[in-house]
Design a protein around this ligand. Structure first.
Ligand code: BTN
Length: 256
């Protein structure tokens, strides 16, 4: 059982998580925040103990054991964070999750493009950004995070071997403190992202081991190979192959 009071004591934000909704079970926390137009407060966080239709990137499923992990979404409504800045938010949340794991558990977190959080080459968290637009104007943006905390066995077929904080630390982890730490860090990074997006990109780069390496990027049946040159200012991956540079918008990256 998630102790909301314990979480609240550790939460040190003005906006993120100030409207906090806790649910035993939902279809998908992203789905609810995207579609429930009665939810109008920027920074609203919905945490669910179980998702019956948890979504991953590229139309995959996100499976997470009930009561064990952190599966939650954050509602972003401030227009100044939309437009080209959206990908920066994508990196800001990945950096916030990585920093929180590093600070609380002294584990080395690495980031994998576009936004997976890895520990010792295993995936500990995934992030899914989704938005609702009217015309070409984004109206609501939802950032969904699935972070494996106390789950120790994983069933299914995975692109990257999963792990959790408990698997790496061999002890039960207090989810309340961890969620508050993530939201505290995220709010700070969001503020910085408006005036200094480069700071966020550099924090992300410093945790990405694959920059400079030979990689394979796959999307559906298509694979591309080359050197992971860098990420650009909008957060897209720059792949260098046969001396030409290509900008990659989607896909899964692995070392070749
Ligand atoms: C990925 O790595 O493919 C992204 C996974 C994102 C999962 C989270 S769990 C909370 C939120 N609600 C969802 O349905 N998905 C995201």
């Amino acid at each position: 059982m998630f102790d909301i009071e314990k979480f609240d004591i550790k939460l040190d934000t003005n906006q993120m998580g100030r409207n906090f909704i806790y649910a035993e079970e939902v279809t998908s926390t992203n789905e609810i925040l995207l579609n429930d137009k009665d939810l109008k407060q920027h920074g609203t966080v919905l945490l669910a103990e179980n998702q019956t239709e948890g979504k991953g990137r590229l139309n995959r499923q996100w499976l997470s054991a009930r009561d064990m992990n952190l599966t939650f979404s954050i509602l972003i409504l401030e227009a100044k964070l939309f437009g080209k800045k959206i990908n920066i938010l994508n990196f800001a949340i990945a950096v916030a999750v990585a920093m929180s794991i590093e600070n609380l558990f002294q584990l080395r977190a690495e980031l994998k493009w576009p936004n997976d959080v890895m520990i010792a080459n295993k995936k500990i968290a995934g992030i899914l950004l989704e938005s609702v637009s009217s015309g070409n104007k984004v109206e609501r943006l939802v950032i969904g995070i699935g972070l494996n905390v106390n789950q120790t066995t994983f069933q299914g077929k995975f692109n990257f071997e999963p792990t959790s904080i408990k698997r790496e630390q061999h002890q039960n982890i207090e989810r309340e403190k961890l969620l508050a730490e993530i939201l505290n860090n995220f709010e700070e990074l969001v503020e910085i992202s408006v005036s200094k997006p480069k700071f966020i990109l550099d924090e992300w780069r410093s945790r990405c081991r694959l920059i400079g390496e030979r990689i394979t990027v796959s999307e559906n049946d298509q694979t591309r190979r080359g050197i992971f040159e860098d990420i650009n200012d909008e957060g897209f991956l720059i792949l260098k192959s046969e001396n030409k540079l290509e900008t990659i918008h989607f896909g899964d990256v692995s070392i070749s």
